[in-house]
Design a protein around this ligand. Structure first.
Ligand SMILES: NC(=O)c1ccc[n+]([C@@H]2O[C@H](COP(=O)([O-])OP(=O)(O)OC[C@H]3O[C@@H](n4cnc5c(N)ncnc54)[C@H](O)[C@@H]3O)[C@@H](O)[C@H]2O)c1
Length: 259
């Protein structure tokens, strides 16, 4: 069959961490191409929901902590009840920490790993049955170049506080774990028509990076990424445009990492 332009009409998506930042941009771009979207977050997703509804698409907000199995099961049930089924899952919810090894307390390690890595596992497990039943699914995990290069460094900026830091060990390990999980899932799920890929953002202008200087002027593409840069890559991996791709990690980083 000849290839077709991207068209997500009739597709239903669940995006976690979609109240703001990269998740909100991804939810809006999926809706722009026709998808109905369940918008999950630990904070109010109302703004994203309203923006999608204003585009004439169905949108449904769900309060959920992706690190809690019971919350995640309820989220998936609510999303399926509201939209009918799920074709697309974007595992985007995440938090960062910038502690050194010795500063990283056990509670910090557990919280970061539980949200970033366990959350990705729990959400995938929760939507797998409905995707398997329909024989179709696109799962896009939002990793990070920190999970490839071992933490992204930000230099002191020119505020009086001189904010700087490198994303910490739990974040780098959890994002690296998301990449390994992406590949494990891709091998397991292709037989069910479910394809699993990841993006690895570099420095992207969101609340997570506010006040930090990543020295982007020395990148081949010498600017910060925007949430829309990430969202377009997520769209590619969530659509028919990537139908022969699974288990891959797409660096969306202005050329920061080339390997
Ligand atoms: N901004 C960057 O430079 C950058 C770089 C690499 C990777 N990432 C990743 O991109 C993703 C999105 O981050 P962002 O930059 O948009 O930051 P952000 O802080 O603006 O957005 C993260 C969202 O996740 C939500 N969230 C946090 N904990 C949650 C939980 N337990 N359950 C449900 N939702 C939760 C937050 O409420 C927020 O809406 C994260 O996974 C982040 O690690 C960001």
């Amino acid at each position: 069959m000849p290839s077709q332009p991207i068209d997500l009409h009739g597709r239903c998506a669940l995006v976690t961490g979609a109240a703001r930042g990269i998740g909100a941009a991804a939810a809006l771009v999926l809706a722009r191409e026709g998808a109905d979207v369940a918008v999950a977050d630990i904070i109010s997703p109302d703004e994203t929901v309203q923006a999608i509804q204003a585009m004439g698409r169905r949108a449904y907000g769900i309060h959920c902590d992706v690190s809690m199995a019971s919350d995640v099961r309820r989220m998936a049930d609510e999303a399926i009840q509201a939209l009918g089924h799920l074709d697309i899952l974007v595992n985007n919810a995440g938090i960062v920490h910038r502690h050194t090894l010795m500063e990283t307390r056990e509670e910090v390690w557990d919280k970061v790993v539980d949200i970033v890595m366990k959350g990705c596992f729990l959400c995938t497990q929760a939507v797998y049955p409905t995707m398997k039943q329909r024989g179709y699914g696109k799962i896009v995990n939002v990793s990070s170049i920190s999970g490839i290069i071992g933490g992204a460094v930000s230099k002191a900026d020119d505020t009086p506080e001189k904010i700087k830091g490198r994303s910490g060990p739990a974040y780098a390990a959890a994002k690296g774990g998301v990449i390994a999980l992406t590949r494990w899932l891709a091998k397991d799920m292709a037989k069910d028509g479910i394809y699993v890929n990841a993006i690895a953002p570099g420095a992207c202008e969101t609340d997570m990076t506010k006040g930090f200087d990543y020295g982007v002027q020395s990148l081949p593409i010498a600017r910060l990424g925007s949430p829309h840069d990430m969202a377009e890559a997520i769209l590619f991996l969530a659509s028919c445009a990537s139908d022969y791709i699974t288990g891959q990690v797409l660096n969306v980083d202005g050329g920061w990492v080339m390997a």
